[in-house]
Design a protein around this ligand. Structure first.
Ligand SMILES: Cc1ncc(C[n+]2csc(CCOP(=O)(O)OP(=O)(O)O)c2C)c(N)n1
Length: 534
């Protein structure tokens, strides 16, 4: 035998720089993992939601396709919530899962992944189980291309466990390995030129900056366009800000758009043209009805995602790579003589309170924020305060779940830190949200991933109490979290953890955390009940 399917597949992974595997193993995956080559790293997650979350963070922070390996049907089942989030985050994940030996699939022996391709649907771009062992390298190659072509996202391949030792079809394997597929397409030049004239002739245009600006590398072009055309820039609503698309300390930065239909349109009042770059239109929630746009306002969306272009309820759309489109627009438009927008003031120093408010905690975080820091956030009642206090202004500095599904932050922070080892990562997470990805704390300890975790402990699901009031729901159970001690849980995973009850203690523990370069730390801050806007 010359080459096995396994050898051919590992060569394919090498050719794409995919030598880090995030996984949780089972018997059906062991044949793939046997004698893992030295140039591969296996990052063990203890539950599949955390495995996918870590890979999501890593894929976004590196911009590279990332391999996730799951255990047949139950592993994929556990992972589905995180795959849903990875799809909205446009994380290029190549998810493989083990399957029973081919000879035992038809009669459904134990752990057979019945109808394997349906498990992760509809949250993957492509789902496949190769008809022959020899097709495994080609199928994984195809999954890599699906994952990385716009819009990026997860793709799935189910692999019967006896395939790995089968003889490869070398001709096909070599072609699969050599294929490089690119797809950064530019929007129609005629439509871009029309958009440039529309922008130049608008009386009072505005830009809305979304996560795909950051993901596509369009940060500088967005700034250049805003400056050249004197555009105020709103961040896309927080419900979908999986990343930040514009420096939030820039004088043109206007703030974060509200997420509901009526208030969002009201915020855009007075603008005759709204240019939305790299966000879908719009991640509305909750439902507050109203006109979609103010009277007389035109909207144009720049997106790399044909689905986002088609489903927007209003406005025109140009499909193409967001960074390339913005760069082209910068070339096409002239210098405007409109008035530059007034810079947005910092929020006032928060009133001291005992226990601390979320605003106080975020003000402390802003005071001790490390140079080059990256925030990974999932703290619903304090997330506005976090954005308004930190005002992050470097590319690749902010990640959150774009889907509204919890379980992202703790796991993704580990993946982001592995992908960006030179930058300090701080994960800000509500105590409720923390529990969905909690097992990733163990991975952070085991792999010496020096994330600083800040857990905000208000002993409740505060955001759901806010929703209850909004929805006029009374007496709903399940909104209190008494006695949930996340610092104790962290210690059980081997992580040093402290409780901070004053701003001074919080500052001290955060500084200890961000100074540590070899190991993670957790700080649990007791905060008051409330929604913290700034
Ligand atoms: C997977 C998943 N399950 C449940 C929810 C519903 N949910 C949204 S916010 C929230 C509570 C978050 O609580 P916590 O992290 O403590 O933050 P707080 O609202 O108190 O700031 C829950 C349970 C969800 N979004 N995702």
């Amino acid at each position: 035998m010359t080459q096995t399917v396994r050898d051919a597949t590992f060569e394919l992974f090498r050719a794409h720089g995919m030598t880090t595997i995030f996984g949780n193993p089972g018997s059906t995956e062991l044949p793939m993992l046997a004698n893992l080559p030295d140039d591969f790293t296996y990052v063990l997650g203890l539950q599949e939601q955390a495995v996918v979350g870590m890979a999501d963070g890593y894929a976004q922070a590196t911009g590279r396709p990332t391999h996730v390996n799951l255990h047949t049907a139950p592993g994929v089942g556990n992972a589905v919530g995180a795959i849903f989030t990875a799809k909205v985050n446009k994380a290029p994940l190549v998810i493989t899962a083990g399957q029973q030996v081919r000879a035992q699939v038809t009669h459904e022996a134990l752990l057979t992944n019945r109808d394997a391709t349906l498990g992760p649907q509809p949250y993957v771009k492509w789902s496949h189980e190769p008809p022959r062992a020899q097709d495994v390298p080609g199928a994984i190659g195809r999954a890599i291309h699906h994952a990385t072509l716009a819009p990026r996202g997860p793709a799935f391949v189910s692999i019967p466990m006896d395939d790995w030792t089968a003889e490869a079809d070398e001709d096909r394997a070599v072609h699969a390995r050599r294929r490089m597929v690119g797809g950064r397409a530019v929007p129609d030049p005629v439509e871009l030129a029309q958009l440039a004239s529309l922008l130049e002739s608008a009386r009072n245009p505005v830009m809305v900056a979304g996560p795909d600006i950051d993901a596509s590398g369009g940060w500088n072009a967005a700034v250049a366009l805003a400056e050249k055309q004197r555009l105020p820039v709103w961040a896309s609503p927080p419900t979908a800000s999986s990343r930040i698309g514009f420096p939030e300390r820039h004088p043109n930065f206007a703030g974060i758009l509200p997420p509901a239909i009526g208030p969002l349109a009201q915020t855009l009042e007075g603008h005759d043209l709204v240019l939305v770059a790299g966000s879908y239109v719009f991640p509305y929630y909750p439902y507050i009805p109203g006109p979609l746009l103010p009277e007389g306002t035109t909207l144009v969306l720049l997106t790399s995602d044909p689905d986002e272009a088609a489903r927007a309820p209003m406005g025109d759309a140009l499909v193409g790579d967001v960074a390339l489109a913005l760069q082209e627009l910068v070339e096409l438009v002239g210098e405007s003589d409109r008035h530059a927008p007034d810079p947005r003031p910092d929020p006032p120093v928060p009133e001291p309170q005992d226990p601390m408010t979320g605003s106080q905690a975020m003000a402390v975080l802003a005071d001790v924020w490390p140079a080059g820091g990256i925030a990974v956030a999932e703290a619903p009642s304090s997330s506005s305060a976090l954005r308004n206090r930190l005002r992050l202004s470097e590319p690749g500095s902010y990640y959150q779940s774009g889907s509204g599904g919890l379980g992202f932050a703790i796991s993704a922070a580990v993946g982001v830190q592995l992908g960006q080892p030179e930058r300090p990562v701080v994960c800000v997470v509500g105590e409720g949200s923390a529990q969905y990805g909690i097992t990733a704390l163990w991975t952070a300890v085991a792999y010496k991933v020096p994330v600083t975790f800040l857990v905000l402990r208000n002993q409740e699901y505060m955001i759901l109490k806010w929703f209850a009031a909004f929805e006029q729901v009374e007496g709903a159970p399940g909104l209190e979290l008494p006695g949930l001690d996340t610092a104790a849980v962290a210690r059980a995973y081997g992580m040093p953890a402290s409780d901070a009850s004053t701003p001074e203690e919080l500052a001290e523990f955060l500084c200890q955390g961000t100074a540590a370069t070899e190991s993670p730390r957790l700080v649990q801050a007791r905060i008051a009940s409330g929604m913290w806007a700034e």
